[in-house]
Unconditional design. Structure first.
Length: 92
């Protein structure tokens, strides 16, 4: 998968100390994967939730989620934002 708008991930690492390993691990899994569907995605990320084209990835034991839009046919993941889980507002 090609991940774009990774600046949001870099910003989250700066704003939320201690999240670098979790964010890097998530990014590595995505970039080394070739998901064809949401079902395949949930096999790797069982805690992911979705609303429309947006997928919300909770980060391990951290109170953060990554919100991303995924286009499975083109294999593109667009990072929308990273925020504390309690502050996430579902956006479409």
């Amino acid at each position: 998968m090609k991940v774009i708008a990774v600046g949001h991930l870099l910003e989250a690492k700066e704003n939320y100390p201690g999240t670098t390993d979790a964010i890097n691990g998530w990014l590595q899994i995505l970039t080394n994967s070739d998901f064809h569907s949401a079902q395949e995605l949930t096999e790797t990320f069982p805690r992911v939730t979705s609303e429309g084209d947006f997928y919300y990835f909770p980060l391990a034991s951290l109170p953060l989620q990554i919100c991303a839009r995924i286009d499975f046919p083109s294999k593109v993941v667009l990072i929308n934002h990273v925020q504390p889980a309690r502050d996430i507002v579902r956006r479409n």
